[in-house]
Design a protein around this ligand. Structure first.
Ligand SMILES: Nc1ncnc2c1ncn2[C@@H]1O[C@H](COP(=O)(O)OP(=O)(O)O)[C@@H](O)[C@H]1O
Ligand SMILES: [Mg+2]
Length: 498
């Protein structure tokens, strides 16, 4: 069982007090002994002088009757137990209260030695001399009863006083401790209630100065806790709201992303069809011309077997070419983006050119590729980088046509620097206006007519380079020399870490 704090306090205080009282009693007894000892010694010295001076003459004259009467008179002092006078031969001359003259007690030094207290008597003797010649001695015994009595009385009185004091202290201590502990208990209850969530708890500890201060600071603390908890709850609510908002925004962004991806695919397919149309135009023309010529010659009956064979071979060749371009496009728009591999940048550029070169040629755009000496390898999905090239080439083609540039050129350069590959693609179409140059990578930003542009191409290109290649894509307007003329044009920088 746990002893309550107030009991511990009371017991400890009483123990200390008892110890102090015991020490006090011991000290008192010592003091008493000292006082009585000095007093007794003084009295004894007086007695010695008196006895000495009184006995010298009768001893010299051997006046035993006077000696007797002096002893008788002295014996009347209540504390004197016995008196014996002996001559210088130790023969008893007179005794008072002592019977056996041959067995006189030895001299004791202190009235309160163990011996003196045991037989309740202090034995001493006084030599009686005249001109330093011994005449005899007076043996005398002083009763120590009075001292023993006084000591006993003093101890009893001290114990009674100490007991009364202890009882009074106990009552006082218990009362005070109960009062203090009562407040402590109140404090504990309130603190407990606060700990369990009842922040409205306040305490009342009465109106003494110290408890009032304690009460005030406790209540202030409780008030502040309550205030902070309310604020915290409020904040929490706000945070939750914000979190939900953020979550729905993220979901929305995700949906937006999916939509963008879809739109991007549609845009790619649209651009692809445009490119296919360009690629097919020449072979389809050739097939049509050859077939019409064959038909005409048949009508004129000018046809030979050999010619039919030759034409059908040629048509087959064109048909094969058409079929292979379809394969190229199908590869390109296939949605397989999971195939990461190390590939050379040149391969990616060539694949992109397979698709756009016909269109560039039909639009009389010269392509100028400045290759790097070393083979540049990157890690990623090749189709995605192809897509970036195609987007940039298609944009250049569009602007070159739109701005009616006469001598059109697109220049591609590769550069290898310490830990990165830099690919630049520049045209001579006049550049991008300053007020829109910061926006061209934003989704849906386009300066083209609705039927022509979606504004997704560069957004998707930047996304691919940043997220799938950990690189970046930038644009600047720079001058470019072509056929001894200086033009301005947009220059795209694709920076890929290796
Ligand atoms: N080489 C360039 N020269 C000038 N402007 C360009 C060039 N490339 C892109 N732009 C501008 O950036 C815009 C966004 O391009 P893009 O994201 O591919 O969308 P879209 O081609 O559908 O318009 C274009 O509308 C055009 O205004
Ligand atoms: Mg575009």
């Amino acid at each position: 069982m746990k002893l309550s704090l107030s009991w511990k306090w009371v017991i400890a205080s009483l123990l200390i007090e008892s110890l102090m009282l015991t020490l006090m009693v011991i000290k008192n007894v010592e003091q008493l002994e000292e006082n009585l000892s000095t007093q007794t010694n003084i009295r004894l010295d007086e007695q010695k002088i008196l006895l000495k001076s009184a006995l010298v003459a009768p001893l010299v004259q051997m006046d035993y009757a006077t000696i007797n009467s002096i002893l008788e008179e002295t014996k009347k002092i209540s504390t004197i137990d016995y008196l014996v006078v002996v001559d210088n031969q130790n023969n008893c001359i007179s005794t008072m209260g002592w019977s056996d003259c041959s067995n006189l007690p030895p001299k004791e030094l202190n009235p309160f030695t163990e011996n003196s207290l045991k037989d309740e008597r202090f034995d001493t003797n006084i030599p009686i001399t005249l001109f330093s010649q011994s005449l005899g001695k007076v043996y005398l015994g002083l009763s120590t009863k009075f001292y023993i009595q006084a000591k006993k009385e003093m101890i009893t009185r001290s114990i009674i006083i100490a007991l009364i004091e202890l009882i009074l202290s106990a009552i006082l201590l218990i009362t005070v401790s109960k009062w203090i502990i009562k407040n402590l208990v109140k404090l504990t209850h309130s603190a407990n209630a606060i700990a369990h969530g009842d922040y409205s708890q306040r305490i009342n500890l009465g109106d003494s100065k110290e408890t009032f201060e304690l009460q005030e600071s406790f209540n202030l603390m409780a008030k502040n806790i309550e205030k902070n908890i309310v604020e915290l709850k409020h904040l929490n609510k706000k945070e939750k709201k914000l979190f939900n908002k953020l979550k729905s925004q993220i979901e929305k962004n995700h949906e937006q992303d999916i939509l963008l991806k879809h739109q991007s695919r549609m845009a790619i397919i649209g651009e692809m069809l445009n490119n296919i149309a360009h690629q097919w135009r020449q072979p389809l023309n050739a097939i049509t011309v050859q077939m019409s010529s064959l038909k005409l010659r048949k009508e004129l009956n000018l046809i030979e077997d050999q010619e039919i064979e030759k034409t059908s071979d040629s048509v087959m060749k064109y048909a094969n070419y058409l079929s292979s371009t379809i394969d190229d496009f199908r590869d390109y728009i296939s949605d397989d983006t999971s195939k990461r591999e190390y590939f050379s940048i040149e391969t990616s550029l060539n694949k992109a050119l397979d698709i756009v070169l016909a269109s560039l040629k039909n639009n009389h755009i010269e392509l100028n590729i400045v290759k790097s000496d070393s083979d540049l390898l990157v890690d990623g999905v090749i189709n995605e980088l192809n897509q970036v090239f195609i987007n940039i080439f298609n944009n250049s083609k569009d602007v070159l046509n739109e701005n009616n540039i006469e001598e059109k050129v697109i220049e591609v350069r590769f550069l290898k620097e310490d830990d990165k590959i830099i690919i630049t693609i520049q045209d001579n179409a006049g550049g991008i206006k300053d007020d829109i140059i910061d926006k061209i990578f934003d989704p849906y930003f386009t300066t083209k007519h609705k039927s022509q542009g979606t504004g997704i191409g560069l957004y998707m290109s930047a996304k691919i380079i940043q997220e799938h290649y950990s690189g970046e894509i930038l644009v600047k307007n720079e001058n470019i020399e072509f056929n001894d003329k200086t033009y301005t044009g947009a220059k795209f920088f694709i920076i890929l870490p290796i």
